[in-house]
Every structure is written in C-alpha cells, then in structure tokens.
Design a protein around this ligand. Structure first.
Ligand code: PLP
Length: 454
C-alpha cells in the first residue's frame, strides 16, 4: 500500500471531519493538502491549486509568509505559554492589544481574547447578558441575528447563525436568540419591488420584531458587514444606516462580526469602515493572524467595559476566559500580521486589485448558469440558476455548486460551493495576473458544467 493510500485509509478510519458529509467521506476519502506557497497550495500528489477561498476565508497573507513563521519561532523560544488570568499578562498580548485598538473603530477600547470566531461571538453574547445585568436591565437579553448569517457553531454562536443545517438535529437555537431577514435583494425581493423599497421593508420588519418582543427585552443585534458563509450577501444601499437608527431608537447594542470582513477584505481595514458601522462590540478572528495560529478577539466599548468592571468587583471576579486567551505565540503572530498589513499597505493593495476582481466577477453575470454576481473588495459570489428570468434554483439533486467546484478544481483553482452559489475570497496578496488565472479557470469550469447539463 502506498503511503498516500495509507494516509487516506487512516484518515477515514480515525477522523470526524467538520462540515463534511460523513457518509460520502467514507467512500471518497480526503483531499490531503501537503504544502503551501504564496496563494497556492499543493496536494499530496503534487497538484497545485490557487486557493480562491483563502482556506476558510482566512489566510489573507497566503501560505508562506516567513515573517509570521519567524515571529512564532522567536516567541516559542522566549515564552511558549502564559495566561492572562489573575492579572497575569504577557508582552505579545499587551502589544497586540495596543496595535489592534490603533486600527479599530474608535469607540472600541478593550479586548478579550479567545481562539476562534465562534468563541469570540459566544463571549459577545455573554457580555451582552452580563452588561445588562450590571446596568439593572435583566430583562434586556434577547439577541437578534439574521437568516443566512454565520457566527459560528458553539451553543450560543451556533444559535446566532441563521442557517438551517446548523440548527437541525442540534436542538438549536437556544431561547433568547431571534432571527430577522437576510438583506439579499436577489433572494428576498417581492415581485416588482425596488431595492430601496426592499431595504425599507427589512428595516420595518426589524422594528416590528423589536416592538413585538418588547424593546425592553432586546439587548443586541449582530451582523456581519458582508455575510460570508450565507452566500456572500452584500447589503443594499442604506440598509445598515436604517438598521443602526432602529437600534439606537430602542437602545439595542450593535455587535459587528468582522471575522471575515476584518483586515482589508472589503477594501477598507474593517467592514465597519466600508459600511459606516458604529459597533458597541466587534469580533475578529481569521485574518487577525492570517490564520497561521488560532486567535480571536471580542472588542468592546469603554461604556460596556466600565459596567462589566463594576459588576466583576461586586462578584469578586470577571469569571470568563479560556486557557489560551491571549496566548503569547498566537498574539505574537497576530501582531506581526498587523504590522505586515500596515507596512505593506494591504488596504491600498486591495483597493488597487479589487476593481479588476469585481470586473471579472460581474462579467460572469452574463453566463447562462449565473443569475447574479455580487461582491465588494476581494470577496464575491455568483448565484447559479436554472432560469435567469425566474431565478429558479437548480434542484438540490443536481448538486450544481458541487459540480462547478469540482470542475474548477480540475483547472487548478479552489472555490467553494454554498447552496446554489460559488464563493470567492482569495488571499489579499493576490495579483492582477492571479485574479485572471482564478476567473479563467472558473469560466472553464462553468462552461463544462453547462455543456454537461444541456
Ligand atoms: N463569524 C463569521 C463571520 C465567520 O465566517 C466564522 C467562520 O467562518 C465564524 C464567525 C466562526 O469562526 P470559527 O470557525 O473560527 O469558530
């Protein structure tokens, strides 16, 4: 048995793969990735792929940034672990916090670390609850999220997520988590409804939901600036402006989930900058360390912090935190990542190449299989349809997105099928030529699937 076959058999025998059809996996086995270089990865047969999804929307600096490797090694040698409990600290966590606050939206002033986006959002939920107890509003605990939103998989963050598969058979969502509309004009507009009218309807629906529940029971609203795993949904003009007015009116905290959008993805440092959002709480992960090591952060305003601090004084402790909160090696790598973003002016690079990315993306709208192309900065998606006029999706038995994904992979590019859409989110360091390589392969893959089903 070759060593490759052996690895594959051992994988199937021992691993539970996240987000995988586990039955299929038994028959098909894994695709084993062996190494990375720039924005490319190589499988264990030596085949090269352009990583059109940055792994899971995360490796912003590609797969071979030496500075991050060196930052990790240096910290490994100096202090491989220390925690932040009981007022202990470590220098990378201290320096990272100062750096993050230097670039973050101005009203955020304190940072709580964890390892994943799910934990960061889980912490956001707990902070909303703790805060409202602290200010004597123990009823104000419900959190409104959105259908198709993605905020993670833990019990609370998985409840915030607005995708059926994350709830079905997992007994989620928990109570006190509500879902309002997804701001997709393509999917949600009524016949003849203008984009403006659609947006206003969604804002009205949000207000109606708050009134129905009782504003005194609604503590927070959470949103990704651009929905990622829900199919890359870019909000329509005026959406967030209207939402923020409603939140202010009813004294509801705004949690912005920047786990995908943060650090340049939308063409500004944060989605908050692109869409003019004023968060009370903001979560970041993924590109915070270019995903070379796991680290996430929940950032909060001074006003929230002050009340939490007061309450913790009363209790005797702020009893939240994980063993690896502010892990020194992860923090050192994240700090170096942000330094690279600043020194290489990653935002300017995104602004330079994104128009070409968006031009190629929008050109696909005329493809017979494509109902809509949408995106901003270096994130985008195409919606596949059986019929452009009626927007009829393919029957799930056609597995259209999987077929496109697999055909594109044959041409050396990895993209991700999500429901009826194909998502793109390449490393931020991608060049104009590599953007062409990505779209040339995507077009070939689409043409082949079209031929196949005609
Ligand atoms: N929030 C958003 C917007 C995400 O896209 C994700 C993951 O894709 C998460 C939260 C959860 O992050 P993690 O998978 O690190 O728990």
């Amino acid at each position: 048995m070759s060593s490759e076959t052996l690895s594959s058999t051992t994988d199937v025998k021992n691993l539970v793969h996240p987000y995988t059809n586990l039955g299929d996996h038994l028959n098909k086995g894994p695709m084993i990735i062996d190494r990375g270089e720039g924005i490319y990865i190589y499988d264990n047969h030596g085949k090269r792929y352009l990583e059109g999804m940055s792994g899971l929307w995360c490796t912003s600096l590609g797969f071979s940034e030496e500075r991050l490797v060196n930052a990790a090694i240096a910290q490994f040698k100096k202090l491989p672990y220390y925690h932040l409990f009981n007022s202990r600290s470590n220098t990378p966590a201290i320096e990272l916090s100062a750096k993050l606050l230097e670039i973050a939206p101005k009203n955020l002033s304190k940072i709580l670390y964890a390892n994943s986006g799910s934990e960061a959002n889980d912490a956001a939920v707990k902070l909303v609850w703790f805060y409202h107890n602290a200010i004597g509003k123990p009823e104000k605990k419900k959190i409104i999220s959105r259908l198709r939103g993605y905020h993670g998989v833990t019990v609370a963050s998985g409840s915030l997520t607005g995708l059926p598969a994350n709830h079905l058979h997992f007994d989620l969502p928990i109570d006190r988590i509500l879902h309002t509309d997804c701001p997709s004009y393509y999917h949600g507009a009524e016949s003849g409804e203008s984009e403006e009218a659609f947006t206003q309807r969604l804002i009205n629906n949000l207000e109606q939901l708050i009134l129905k529940e009782g504003p005194e029971t609604v503590g927070a609203f959470i949103a990704e600036p651009v929905m990622g795993a829900g199919g890359v949904i870019v909000p329509p003009e005026g959406y967030f402006e209207g939402v923020q007015k409603v939140l202010k009116k009813y004294d509801i905290l705004f949690i912005v989930d920047e786990v995908i959008c943060g650090f340049g993805r939308t063409g500004m440092m944060f989605g908050c900058d692109t869409f003019n959002l004023q968060p009370d709480i903001m979560s970041v992960a993924k590109a915070l360390s270019s995903s070379y090591l796991p680290i996430s952060a929940t950032m909060i305003s001074q006003a929230i912090y002050d009340k939490i601090a007061e309450q913790s004084d009363e209790v005797g402790v702020f009893a939240h935190g994980v063993t690896y909160s502010g892990h020194p090696i992860c923090a050192a790598v994240a700090l170096e990542t942000i330094k690279i973003y600043q020194e290489d002016n990653i935002v300017a690079h995104v602004q330079e190449v994104a128009p070409h990315f968006q031009k190629r993306l929008h050109a696909l709208a005329s493809h017979p299989l494509v109902g809509e192309s949408r995106g901003i900065g270096l994130i985008g998606a195409i919606e596949l349809t059986q019929d452009k006029a009626s927007k009829k999706p393919f029957d799930s038995s056609v597995k259209i997105e999987k077929r496109v994904q697999e055909n594109v992979a044959k041409h050396g590019v990895l993209v991700r099928g999500i429901r009826n859409a194909i998502a793109l989110c390449p490393p931020l360091i991608i060049t104009i030529e590599q953007i062409d390589e990505l779209f040339d392969s995507l077009e070939k893959g689409l043409d082949e699937v079209l031929e196949d089903i005609e």
